[in-house]
Write a protein that binds this ligand. Sequence first.
Ligand SMILES: Nc1ncnc2c1ncn2[C@@H]1O[C@H](COP(=O)(O)OP(=O)(O)OP(=O)(O)O)[C@@H](O)[C@H]1O
Length: 363
Amino acid sequence: MPITEQALLAALASVRDPHTGQDFVSTRAVRNVQVEGGDVAFDVELGYPAKSLIPQLRSEFIAAARALPGVDNVSVNVTTRVIAHAVQRGIQLLPGVKNIIAVASGKGGVGKSTTAVNLALALSAEGARVGLLDADIYGPSMPTMTRTSGKPESLDGKLMEPKHAMGLQINSIGFLVDDAQAMIWRGPMASQALEQLIMQTRWDDLDYLVVDMPPGTGDIQLTMAQKVPLTGAVIVTTPQDIALIDARKGITMFQKVSVPILGLVENMAVHVCSNCGHAEHIFGAEGGKRMAAELGMDYLGALPLTLSIREHADSGQPTVAAEPEGDIAALYRDIARKVAVKVAQQSKDFSAKFPTITISKKT
Ligand SMILES: Nc1ncnc2c1ncn2[C@@H]1O[C@H](COP(=O)(O)OP(=O)(O)OP(=O)(O)O)[C@@H](O)[C@H]1O
């Protein structure tokens, strides 16, 4: 009996996306199906970068197709196409950037910057084009964490060129001013400088721009959450109760301005002894998971409190770049993939599809 396209699609529907549990046929990720005798060929287009998952997915698709009687050769091409998703109403997307992800925390020192840089590197390792914007006015750490420095160049006298390190495009408030100066800025000055940083960088065709937000939930943070075209926010917290209370404030702030929360990262969740490797929940277990469940948001994962994470970040080569094959990098990659999948599930941006309507008054 000849193989039909329908029969092939039915067989391929047995392969499920490990992140969503959905099959790739009903989500229309399977395309360009061709059947010629016993030879079948098709493409699978993912909405998120997943380099580390592609070999496994390919073999699952090949096995599913081969399960169909009469199939000899299977040719499958798994690719990724990240699209722009909707942002707050009335705000334009940034040129050259499809999705902006804010990494935020309710208070300082919880590891927001460390999470932001490793998340950016992990998204890039999974195959995306990624930028990193350090908007942490109270203590810009990206110059140290990515070993970048100096005023950004400008080729046209208007837009700043991002710096390049470890495959990322980077701009930081730390390139523009020194720490002491940033600290004494009053609210409006700080907001203006941040706006300039965000709007006047020449980002080059980014799938994701990860923004390291200033910690806390004050006016500057609120202004950013309102004005920057955000696809979503990742909240970083530590397991101490007080930090969890602060994290709630951060979540409320984004909800107020209708920015979807992509999920919660629990940092320094377990202490791992660098001598014996013993793991201990110093601040109690499951706090982050419980909070995520209570607030109805995704729990993206936990990072242990380990010396290596701090040493790598402080030496300018964060863990995902320093030990890409290590266990910690795998944790960050897992978080990054969950973030990207969550972004892919957000509604599409249609603003580019509509013409701008101008109402002119005829005299
Ligand atoms: N999981 C971890 N294990 C060990 N050290 C960590 C971990 N996460 C962050 N750190 C270290 O904790 C310190 C604070 O982290 P980081 O600068 O990322 O926090 P932050 O929330 O961005 O702080 P700020 O609000 O001051 O910008 C840094 O020295 C960093 O290397």
